[in-house]
Design a protein around this ligand. Structure first.
Ligand SMILES: Cc1cc2nc3c(=O)[nH]c(=O)nc-3n(C[C@H](O)[C@H](O)[C@H](O)COP(=O)(O)OP(=O)(O)OC[C@H]3O[C@@H](n4cnc5c(N)ncnc54)[C@H](O)[C@@H]3O)c2cc1C
Length: 431
């Protein structure tokens, strides 16, 4: 049996691992990028070393001769899903959720208002990222909208001393831009209260540990008795962290200020203002606008209100939930097709969540499989060669890996991420 996996993020690699190691199935793992690992490389923050190093564990899967990495191949453009179906016995879709969401408020389309998805791509060195270095040199106050871990990552990268980021694999041009950054104050803005934030405590706490940065929380935003508002241990711990911050005096050069119960209403970034509705509770306990509008100084706004998936030509797609519809991981309405990871469940869950998901997906696939009718590897390779698609394989990734380590060493760093697509291709293809 031969299986095509679409997307070399954690879900795709875990799926390939289970197919090859446990069922001895041949697997081709396609990715539109010349490098594998998905959001482990282009999502997880550079200063989260141990989480980023999951990359090394994931790469072991490609050491199995049954598994091939086929980088720089965009499914739906370079080759269609229909064609994949002809060449493989089954397809597993694991292509993630990479689009951003809009707030739908006036002023949002200003060039200084950007999505966290784009900003994260920039600081992790994604080949298709825009460059935000220049913007940061003009923005003393930045508002980050959203109360989740991505908002926390973005906030930390904005104010963390560059000396502390030097030890990471952050691309050199990003490090240089951050050293020229004018950002002094980050305003973390959310419609709801601290007990509804989805931060994890470890990530939240890190904000209070950045040298030279105060964290400002208004004690009035915190509930009097944590145990009365939550049974969740995480929320109670978060409230405890924020209660400590609320007692601190602010005197540092830089600050992170939380603005809870503040629903973004409009932005006038030419004049450096984000307007928010101050929220209050009605008699039924629902959050409603109080009628009071507050102005938060912001030269730049980063919207961190979630990722969403997109459809792939020839594959059923649920436009409401932005996922591929499935039952027991089998795609509804497309034979021999399966789905795992963020494009199946939506953008939630940590890297490990995708392992369990991928394993259950592959168990369904194997149970339903019949006699193989796949073509040979050579046929699909020839088809792509005829279309002049340059495939970066695992040996190509190893060259990129070695190059990034050498580049890092030359600057006293462990690794420096290479960000340009052309350069990645040049190294990966040995040109
Ligand atoms: C900013 C951010 C920070 C995070 N930090 C952490 C963290 O610290 N710890 C943690 O445990 N989890 C973290 N996560 C969550 C974790 O990254 C995800 O759970 C996980 O990456 C989802 O895996 P996936 O394989 O479903 O999708 P992805 O990782 O997105 O992989 C999808 C892959 O599909 C490829 N692809 C897309 N379209 C196509 C196409 N048409 N053809 C071919 N290939 C395609 C993409 O290039 C990508 O490589 C973070 C997520 C984000 C967004």
């Amino acid at each position: 049996m031969r299986v095509a996996v679409v997307g070399a993020g954690p879900s795709g690699i875990y799926a390939a691992e289970h197919l090859a190691a446990d069922y001895k199935v041949e697997v081709d793992v396609y990715d539109c990028l010349p490098v594998p690992f998905g959001l482990v490389r282009y999502g997880v923050a550079p200063d989260h070393y141990s989480i980023r190093s999951v990359r090394d564990k994931l790469s072991e899967t490609f050491e199995n001769p049954l598994v091939r990495f086929r980088g720089n191949v965009t499914i739906g453009r370079d080759i269609s899903v229909e064609e994949l179906q002809k060449h493989y016995d089954a397809i597993v879709f694991t292509y993630g959720a990479s689009l951003d969401r809009a707030l739908g408020i006036p002023g949002e389309d200003h060039p200084m208002s950007i999505a966290a998805t784009s900003f994260v791509r920039w600081y992790t060195g994604h080949p298709d990222a825009n460059d935000f270095g220049e913007m940061l040199s003009h923005a003393s106050d930045v508002a980050v909208i959203g109360l989740g871990n991505v908002a926390v990552d973005v906030t930390r990268i904005l104010v963390k001393p560059v000396s502390e980021l030097e030890q990471t694999d952050i691309p050199q041009h990003v490090l240089d831009a951050l050293s020229r950054s004018s950002v002094r104050r980050v305003h973390v803005v959310g419609r709801r209260g601290p007990e509804h934030a989805t931060f994890t405590t470890k990530e939240l706490k890190e904000l209070g540990e950045i040298s030279g940065v105060d964290v400002i929380v208004d004690p009035k935003d915190l509930p009097d008795h944590f145990t009365q508002v939550t049974e969740s241990k995480i929320v109670a711990r978060n409230l405890d962290v924020m209660a400590q911050w609320a007692k601190r005096e602010a005197h540092a050069d830089k600050s992170i200020q939380f603005h809870f119960y503040s629903a973004p209403k409009s932005m006038d970034l030419d004049h450096g203002v984000l307007s928010v509705d101050a929220m209050t509770r009605d008699s039924d306990g629902r959050l409603v606008a109080s009628g009071i509008v507050k102005e938060i100084p912001s030269k730049m706004v980063i919207r961190s209100i979630g990722y969403r998936g997109e459809g792939l030509p020839g594959v059923p797609f649920d436009e409401e939930s932005n996922v591929i519809p499935s039952t027991d991981s089998a795609v509804v309405g497309l034979p021999n097709s399966y789905v795992a990871g963020w494009i199946k469940r939506g953008p939630s869950g940590i890297i490990g969540t995708n392992k369990k998901d991928a394993v259950s997906c592959i168990n369904t696939l194997v149970t339903r499989s019949s006699e193989s009718s796949a073509t040979s590897k050579q046929e699909i390779d020839q088809l792509l060669a005829d279309r002049n698609i340059d495939i970066v394989d695992f040996a190509g990734w190893k060259k990129i890996d070695a190059h990034e380590k050498d580049l890092g060493k030359s600057r006293g760093r462990e690794r420096t991420t290479v960000h340009g697509r052309e350069e990645l291709l040049r190294i990966g293809l040995g040109r």
